[in-house]
Design a protein around this ligand. Structure first.
Ligand code: GLU
Ligand code: MG
Length: 430
C-alpha cells in the first residue's frame, strides 16, 4: 500500500523551498529522484524568472532525495495524511553534481575545511519570526502572557520539531509584538543548515494548521523589530572542541580567532549572500541588536561576531558549547549558502593566518567610529562582493550570475515602492 506522498525539495537562492512530490514508497524503495529545471534557480522572491539568465529554456536536472533529511509535515492536530518532505541535491541527468546546486556547494565547503585543516564545523541556527495574530501581538516582550497567547501553537511546534529529530532547545516570546524565537541543538554544519530549512517549513506549517501565519521576514514593519537568523559556530578537531582557550583574548583560541578573522575580513561581501534582500540592510543597523558593524566582541549583541559566554552552570562540559555567533544573516538567505560562505570565509581566515586584531569587551566597547560599518544597502554589499576576488572565487560564473540577476530583478520589481511598502512585500513572502 502507498504511504502517501513524498515531496522532494530544494531550497533556492531566495531561500524558498520548491520541488515535486511522488509516491513515498517509490522514494524509499527505488526512484528517489524527480525531474527539475535549471532556470528555476533564477526565480525571484516574487515569482518571476530573471531574463536573460544563464540557463534559459535549456537543460534538465534531477532532484535526488537525501533519506536522512526526511521530516513529516502536519503530524500534529490535523486530520489527514502527513506529507513527507526530503531535502534533495540537484544533479545532472547522468548523476554528476550540478555546479549551481546550493546543497552541494555547502557540502563541498565543509569537506574542504576538513580536508585542508582537519576542522569539523558545528553550527546551530537561531530563528526569530512573527506570528501574525492580533491577539498574540498584545502580549509583553519575553512575557508568559505572550507565550500563553501563542498556545497551543508553541507546544505543537516544539513537539513537531522534536518528533522530526530537529532537537528543539528553547522556545520563547521575543521582544517585538507577536515575535518569537526557536533554537535547536548544535549539530554538524550540514545537518544544521538542513535543519534550518526544514525548521522554517515546519513553523509555517504548524502555524497554518492553527489558522495563523508565521513570517521570518527580516523586517516585517519598517518601524518595528527585526527578525534575525543568528548562526552559532564552533570548531572541532578529532572530536574535540578547539574554539576555547582561557589564556587568549575573549577566550577564543588562536586557531579559532584566525579562522573567524576571515569572516570579519570579508564581512561586506558576505552580506550580499547572508542578507540578500532589498530590506535586509534596514535590519543591520546600530541599536537594533542585530549587527551594527564588522567587529567581534565578547557578549555584545551588536557585534557581527558575538563571542558567547562560557556557561559553567549545569551539567556538561562548558567548553563543548562555547561558540561564536554570526548575527548578520536573515531568512531571505538560503541556509546552505549561509553555511557555505561562512565556511569558505573561515578557510580564507586560516589561509591568511592572522588572528582577529581587536576583540571588544564590556570594559573596552566598540564605538561607531572605531569599527568598520556594514554595507548600507544590498547594492553596496553587491559592489563590495564584486571587488572581493576571494569571495568571487567561491562561485561558478553561472551561480554568481544567477544570484546577481535575481537581485537586479528584485530591485527593479520594488523600485517604485517606499521602504515601508518593500517591507510589506517581503512580509507576504517570508
Ligand atoms: N531581533 C534581533 C535581530 O534582528 C536580535 C535580538 C536578539 O535576540 O539578540 O537580530
Ligand atoms: Mg533573539
Amino acid at each position: 500500500m502507498s504511504e502517501g506522498l513524498a515531496f522532494l525539495a530544494t531550497c533556492d537562492l531566495v531561500a524558498l523551498v520548491r520541488g515535486r512530490a511522488l509516491r513515498k514508497d517509490s522514494v524509499l524503495v527505488s526512484e528517489k529522484t524527480v525531474g527539475w529545471v535549471p532556470a528555476d534557480i533564477s526565480l525571484s522572491a516574487f515569482g518571476s524568472i530573471e531574463e536573460p539568465n544563464p540557463f534559459g529554456s535549456w537543460g534538465d536536472l534531477r532532484l535526488v532525495a537525501d533519506p536522512s533529511t526526511e521530516v513529516s509535515l502536519s503530524t500534529i492536530a490535523e486530520v489527514g495524511r502527513p506529507l513527507s518532505v526530503f531535502l534533495a541535491n540537484q544533479v545532472l541527468p547522468d548523476g554528476s553534481p550540478w555546479d549551481c546546486d546550493l546543497r552541494t556547494h555547502a557540502q563541498r565547503s565543509i569537506a574542504e575545511l576538513n580536508s585542508r585543516y582537519g576542522i569539523d564545523l558545528v553550527a546551530s541556527f537561531e530563528h526569530e519570526f512573527v506570528l501574525v495574530d492580533p491577539f498574540t501581538a498584545e502580549g509583553s516582550p519575553f512575557g508568559l502572557d505572550s507565550f500563553r497567547l501563542a498556545e497551543p501553537f508553541g507546544s505543537d511546534l516544539f513537539e513537531s520539531l522534536a518528533a522530526n529529530g530537529l532537537e528543539p532547545e528553547n522556545w520563547l516570546a521575543e521582544y517585538g509584538a507577536g515575535q518569537f524565537e526557536i533554537t535547536v541543538r548544535p549539530a554538524p554544519a550540514m545537518v544544521a543548515a538542513d535543519r534550518a530549512i526544514l525548521l522554517r517549513e515546519i513553523v509555517r506549517d504548524v502555524a497554518r494548521i492553527h489558522g495563523k501565519r508565521a513570517s521570518f521576514s527580516p523586517l516585517p514593519k519598517i518601524d518595528g523589530v527585526g527578525n534575525g537568523v543568528h548562526v552559532h559556530l564552533s570548531l572541532y578537531k578529532d572530536g574535540e572542541p578547539v574554539t576555547y582557550d582561557s589564556t587568549q583574548p575573549g577566550g577564543i583560541s588562536h586557531l579559532a580567532s584566525t579562522a573567524f578573522a576571515g569572516i570579519l575580513e570579508h564581512a561586506a561581501a558576505l552580506q550580499a549572500w547572508t542578507a540578500p534582500s532589498q530590506i535586509s540592510s534596514y535590519r543591520l543597523k546600530p541599536h537594533r541588536w542585530s549587527s551594527g558593524g564588522a567587529f567581534a566582541a565578547v557578549q555584545d549583541r551588536e557585534a557581527l561576531l558575538r563571542i558567547c559566554p562560557l556557561v559553567k552552570i549545569g551539567s556538561g562540559d562548558p567548553i563543548q558549547s562555547f561558540n561564536v555567533e554570526y548575527r548578520a544573516a536573515d531568512a531571505t538567505a538560503n541556509p546552505w549558502v549561509v553555511i557555505s560562505v561562512l565556511t569558505r570565509a573561515l578557510i580564507a581566515g586560516l589561509d591568511a593566518g592572522k588572528p582577529i586584531s581587536k576583540i571588544y569587551t564590556l570594559d573596552d566597547p566598540a564605538t561607531a567610529d572605531s569599527v568598520p560599518t556594514l554595507p548600507n544597502s544590498l547594492e553596496e554589499a553587491i559592489s563590495e562582493l564584486l571587488n572581493d576576488v576571494t569571495v568571487l572565487s567561491w562561485f561558478s560564473p553561472d551561480l554568481l550570475e544567477a544570484h546577481l540577476g535575481i537581485r537586479r530583478n528584485e530591485a527593479r520589481e520594488l523600485a517604485e515602492l517606499t521602504p515601508s511598502e518593500k517591507c510589506e512585500r517581503y512580509f507576504r513572502v517570508y
